[in-house]
Design a protein around this ligand. Structure first.
Ligand SMILES: [Zn+2]
Length: 138
């Protein structure tokens, strides 16, 4: 399989939508418009879909009477998207982790809030006052 690069948010969003359910081409357009705030051009979407198709990651169903195409992930496609999701998830949590501080007492990650106390002239972060109390006694 040739390397499929998911180089922008539009491509990533297409994969994410397909992962949730089979979608019409026009639905992809509308959903992406909602995401990026402007109408995507067909060239942002259809070449990517045809690469996916060429690699058997999606199947295209024609709804004859309305002449609309429905795009659907194949089994192989689902596995592909799961891998991408994992990768992006890893990047996102790494970004969040960087900004986290750790409770000086219990070691848990403090996402927001937290509790700061100055002990012996040093500013120390805890997850809560209980941890601060235990730390000081310890
Ligand atoms: Zn703690």
């Amino acid at each position: 399989m040739e390397e499929i690069k998911v180089t922008n948010i539009v491509k990533f969003h297409i994969l994410f939508l397909l992962y949730q359910r089979p979608v019409h081409g026009y639905e992809l357009m509308t959903e992406i418009e909602k995401l990026v705030g402007s109408k995507p051009s067909a060239s942002q979407i259809y070449p990517f879909l045809s690469v996916l198709k060429k690699n058997n990651l999606i199947a295209i169903k024609e709804e004859a009477e309305r002449d609309k195409k429905v795009y659907e992930l194949t089994e192989k496609g689902r596995r592909f998207v799961e891998k991408k999701l994992e990768m992006f998830g890893g990047i996102i949590s790494a970004t969040i982790e960087k900004d986290l501080t750790t409770c000086a007492h219990c070691g848990c990650k403090v996402y927001s809030g937290g509790y700061e106390e100055t002990i012996d002239g040093e500013k120390i972060t805890f997850c809560c006052t209980h941890c601060a109390g235990t730390y000081k006694r310890g």
